[in-house]
Design a protein around this ligand. Sequence first.
Ligand code: ADP
Length: 559
Amino acid sequence: MPGATAQTLRPFLWRAEQLFSDREIVSRTHEGIVRYDYEEYADRVAQLASALDEIGVEEGDRVGTFCWNHHRHFETYFGIPNMGAQLHTINPLLPDHHIEYIVENADDQVLFVDQSLLPKLEGPAQSDAFDGVKQFVVMGSEVPETSLDPVVDYESFIEDHSTEYDWPDVDEEAPAGMCYTSGTTGDPKGVEYTQQMLWAHTMATLPESGIGIGSDEVVMPVVPMFHVNAWGMPFSTTAAGAKHVYPGPSPEPADLANLIAEEGVTLTAGVPTVWLGLLEYAKENEVDLSSLERIIIGGSAAPKSLIKTFDQQYDVEVVHAWGMTEMAPIGTVAHLKPEMQDWPAEKRYEKQAKQGLLVPGLEMKVIDENGEEVPHNGEDFGELWVRGPWVTTEYFERPEANEEDFVEDDDGTWLKTGDVVNVDEDGYVQIVDRAKDVIKSGGEWISSVELENALMAHDDVAEATVIGIPHERWQERPVAFVVPTGGADTETLQEDLLDAIKAEYPKWWVPDDVVYIEEVPKTATGKFNKKVLRDQYGEDTDLVKGKAPEEAAPEGDDD
Ligand code: ADP
């Protein structure tokens, strides 16, 4: 439509600067707490764009960031896309060879890096993969001793530049962002976000059916900004004109508790591990969470016990959400429908522990092993397929991966999520497993996710994961790997856990063994990395030997 505004990020910044100029942005940094408002933010964003312009960054160029959550990183979120370049957030927790692959594959021209992450970047930066990087910028006001070259500190980089920038009219199809998924096998896969995808994701997550962010909120994304743009919250919080709080490098539970209390955080977001850590801290220390209204939890399943504790002890609503890098990332949110608000608590928690209702604007279907769509009855399951304005239809330069993860039908391209789900009569999606993590025993599926939740509900379990070990008769049997808490009685815990599972699940679901480990191996995005455990224990059939066959038999199927 001639004259129509393109669906780009620029109007979000304009609105915050014009209409909410004195709302604050607060950031914990290695230099202490930094505090300013949208007016100053917009000035610095313009200075950043001028500085990038001056060193030759052009529309379509990729600019990488290797940073935690703080105000300078947030400045790149609008500065880079608004000038028509592409913000490429890099996960610093990845192994070195992945970092090299990603920087080379994305052809990053400039890299912004946190002071605390210099040691992590310096190794990979020696490789040829970094030949295209023409400038490193250290996030701070000085450059410590480093082998990175050429290098400048952020404040010197932007300081002499104008606070006005003549923003170009960027095409809504132009790539604005990029993030790699941390594949547990093979090279990471790049996902590009166009201006329009980020616009659409912002517009979908702003209202109540998404996250629901009002201009009076104080929003603290704990989910890292290198992980799918901190679930888009820096964009949606700006679009709302709300206050931002950024927890800085490697925040500890004490840092989070302090920021919540001191800044009056109303809404925060992160993976379950973070909130389990905060609850653990709160047991030993005085914390004031009274300002907090909601926590968005996703990335992995939010255990029911966590939802319950926050509700009952802190009057905080856990909003469980599901998403993927490929979908920028939010896909479903487990809001209760109005008629469910008065349900008994336990029934509400059950519902909230599901991954939730599809966000308006997306489409989905659930496809079983025979390629048929499954009915919404809360039982039948299959792989979840999705598509929509903020769902990608391809990976960056990876045709072979496209063939595996996307499928064309008469209406267009669907993303095959790899998540195995059921959908109940009310429309709530529940993940029963990752397609590759599902355990098949005697021809029947066992949900490792459910067993993990049951194990982690035990007070003496800090973390638990369940994998399938090959078994001669049953093809696979579940074995649990458990990290006991400090005070746990490890003499009795194994038996207790097995009893708890026996009481709740069919007997063939009961793990053949419970193995204590010191820590569950994690991926770079903080999720359980079952591949490491599979590599270590996958062939250890002693763990599943000597079990009576009937114990491993699905009910009604003894063979
Ligand atoms: P990666 O696959 O590299 O871990 P993502 O961060 O894109 O990258 O992870 C997406 C996957 O994370 C989803 O496909 C799903 O398996 C899992 N996931 C995300 N949110 C949830 C949730 N709320 N409950 C259970 N699993 C989740």
